[in-house]
Ligand binder design. Structure first.
Ligand code: NAI
Length: 480
């Protein structure tokens, strides 16, 4: 029986290994982590992450050929293939701070693999890493091993949170990069055979190591670039009377461009786009390519601009002050169908409103009060270090309250902001919400999911990103 061990039981390690276990009953899969609460949660009825379809798979395989454990060394020692899916956050201090990837967690995993191994292994980079990381990892493994042979593969993960299981069942492609040596090709073939249990062979792409590593950074940069491109257009639409949805449709019907990922919004979030592009920028700078670095940096700048623009629009529409006004936030996760709040635009929007002394009342169907308070008190980039998984002494932001019901959150509010595109927000009773709000009642739709004509009929003053502006919003004198 082939034994697989995955170091890192997070948003990638958990679902990916659960699907491998389901599709390969002849393979034993152990997912290990240094976080005791995380592993306990994987072994309980309350999984640590919300992902549609995940719970069923875990229940089917757990205890049969899928195991979650904190005994990292034992499972690594016994494995034939070791996936490493640990955090690769942005460095917060030292050389490259604010841009470069922090490979501390990766390096400590590699050193541990070298220390405990007693047989040859294939080590798979599942985390998103800077191009050329495999070279560094090889050095660590080779220098510490006692004649044991390691083959390093790059097998970046392309799943999207919220649709992780569907993406893993039916991936556009699986990418495997390896050394172009006999041993390298053999290792690639071994991993290919695992995926071939359910992925058609034509969709398994094999490349050299550096192409695989760089392709992941490139794919995230291209995806984020589309969002920043359409968001940049949304600002121009508001100034000219064009409608960004119509523009995006007209642009996206060109088969060379395609219709996906062209929704204007308050900005992209999630644990990957910003950190991976910052990392790409840093790699370009280190390789003496400042123009290329500047090009990709602009994608992040437009995203920050879009979040600021949204906050400014709220404040300026409401007589240039939200001080002591209740503002309801509907949705805190960075997208629908996930409870993940890493780099969610909601953090920046809430911090912007708190800076203007608003009273904030938040409702999200999947995010707890503890998580929201933690996010609003944590420093930039700190969230992606495993310490954030440990219980933290509660520091509460007093101007923030969290409700488990959209009607409670919006009661007596001056304004409602939709920051996540949860389906349930489309079918709320907005007449009831309007009746219970202060007047004039404002709605700022940061995801363009609401029926604005209906809201205007009810009496709301409405702002939707990149759409023709209400006279109220347009004619507000600019005080700043
Ligand atoms: P995560 O934070 O959810 O999980 C990482 C886990 O690794 C944590 O539970 C942490 O405790 C554990 N860990 C850290 N160091 C460890 C060590 N030395 N030994 C054992 N466990 C250790 O992160 P997530 O989202 O799963 O991401 C992991 C990697 O995958 C990152 O490089 C990320 O960029 C990449 N990725 C993430 C995607 C996503 O949608 N979240 C998609 C594709 C790639």
């Amino acid at each position: 029986m082939v034994k697989i061990c995955c170091i890192g039981a997070g948003y990638v390690g958990g679902p990916t290994m659960a699907v491998i276990a389901l599709k390969c009953p002849h393979v034993e899969v152990a997912v290990v982590d240094i976080s005791v609460p995380r592993i306990n949660a994987w072994n309980s009825d309350q999984l640590p992450i919300y992902e549609p379809g995940l719970e069923d798979i875990v229940k089917q395989c757990r205890g049969k050929n899928l195991f979650f454990s904190t005994d990292v060394e034992k499972h690594v020692r016994e494995a034939d293939i070791v996936f490493v899916s640990v955090n690769t956050p942005t460095k917060t201090t030292g050389l490259g701070a604010g841009k470069a990837a922090d490979l501390t967690y990766w390096e400590s995993a590699a050193r541990m693999i070298a220390d405990v191994s007693v047989s040859d292994k294939i080590v798979v980079e599942k985390s998103t890493v800077p191009v050329k990381t495999a070279e560094a990892i090889e050095k660590i493994l080779m220098h510490n091993s006692k004649g044991i042979k390691f083959q390093i593969l790059s097998n970046p993960e392309f799943l999207a949170e919220g649709t992780a299981i569907a993406d893993l069942f039916n991936p556009d492609r699986v990418l495997i990069g390896g050394r172009e040596t006999l041993e390298g090709f053999k290792a690639v073939q071994t991993l290919k055979e695992v995926y071939a249990n359910w992925v058609p062979e034509g969709q398994i792409i094999t490349t050299n190591l550096w192409s695989a590593e760089l392709s992941k950074l490139a794919a995230n940069a291209f995806l984020a670039q589309r969002i920043s491109s359409v968001n940049a257009m949304s600002a121009l639409c508001e100034s000219t009377g064009a409608d960004v949805t119509q523009v995006a449709y007209a642009v996206g019907t060109d088969s060379r461009i395609g219709p996906k990922f062209l929704n204007a919004s308050v900005g992209f979030g999630g644990s990957c786009f910003q950190k991976d592009i910052l990392n790409l920028v840093y790699i370009c700078q280190c390789n003496g390519l400042p123009e290329v670095a500047e090009y990709w940096k602009q994608v992040i700048k437009i995203n920050d601009y879009q979040k600021n623009r949204f906050v400014n629009r709220i404040v300026s529409s409401m007589f240039n002050t939200v001080s002591n006004k209740k503002v309801a936030i509907l949705g805190f996760a960075f997208k629908k169908d996930t409870g993940d709040t890493r780099e969610t635009p909601a953090i920046d929007v809430c911090k912007g409103l708190l800076g203007d002394k608003a009273q904030i009342s938040i409702y999200d169907p999947q995010v707890t009060e503890e998580q929201i308070q933690r996010d609003l008190s944590m420093k930039k980039f700190d969230w992606d270090h495993p310490l954030h998984l440990q219980p933290m002494s509660p520091t509460t932001v007093k101007q923030v309250s969290v409700k488990w019901d959209a009607y409670e959150a919006t009661k007596d509010a001056h304004a409602v902001c939709v920051l996540t595109e949860w389906d349930e927000f489309k079918s709320l009773d907005y007449q009831k919400i309007f009746d219970n709000m202060q007047k004039p009642a404002f709605i700022f739709d940061g995801r363009n999911v609401l029926n604005v004509d209906k809201l205007r009929e009810i009496g709301f003053i409405v702002y939707s990103i990149g759409k023709p502006l209400d006279a109220w919003v347009k004619d507000m004198p600019a005080f700043v």
